[in-house]
Write a protein that binds this ligand. Sequence first.
Ligand code: BDR
Ligand code: CA
Length: 312
Amino acid sequence: AHKIILDTDPGIDDAMAIFFAFQSPDIEVLGLTTVFGNVPVEMSARNAVTLCDLAGQDIPVTKGVGMPWVGPESTYAHFVHGADGFGEIDFPASDKPLDPRSSAQFIVDTVRANPGEVTIVAIGPLGNLALALRLDPELPKLVKGVKIMGGAAFVRGNVTPVAEANIWNDAYAADIVFSADWDLTMFGLDVTNNVPFDPSFMDTLADKNEKLGGFVQKSAQFYTDFYSQNREDRVCFFHDAFPLAYMIDESLFEITEGYARVSTDPLNRGQTSVAPEGTTASPLWLDAKKIKVATGVDHARLTQLFIDTYAL
Ligand code: BDR
Ligand code: CA
């Protein structure tokens, strides 16, 4: 099984992704590291503990970065994920203690203890990863890879015309992460916005797995209300599960490579600019590192993988 650290800001699609990782025999979750994003970091950490408790997973959960590296405190996404981050379902919070380390310290310690074996899967803003890189500059040599949900390479953003929420939330940190010398694969809106999930999908998850699928089904009602505001149909998007699905079955995705940077300029804050494969790098792009970008996904097989894995 792939050893991963899951860096997260739960969050409804985070919860769906975390359970998906727990359920998969191909993934071993070494710990959940939390960050501000959808909700403040205290709530993000507490929510992560609650999800572990519900799933019967006794793994470390850490609290991490609570603010963007540059810029004012976040406004959070309660309008998407609810006041509790779980779609206002009144779910009782676990009171299990957190691991006392910071998220960045946990990342460094865990990667050092398993050199060459750990993939960091980041499904929130990237402040913890940027801080881990500062704590241990050798980190890129020691991790197996980094997979993120974030960005919009060749499509529009979701919080501004050019920026996706995770990257926008901590653009300065994201550019540090994109510019580090490690194997980074980005699963952005290019793929996640192409796969809508309707209430019958939620019903199937709940049917296959009453406890975890049932939680997702309940939470997803608020989340679906949000997404439905601007569309005719009733659907939502489980962005955060995509990098995990890739780890389980790479054949689900089309991947391209390109030199990438994240804009820290206020006007274009959080824009992920990717020079597509074959583009001659301009002198201005000399600092950009090559990353992998998911550009296509098999909708039907991905949906089936979620259902089959929740059913295990
Ligand atoms: C991302 O932003 C958050 O609201 C979701 O949890 C996901 O990580 C999608 O843009
Ligand atoms: Ca998230």
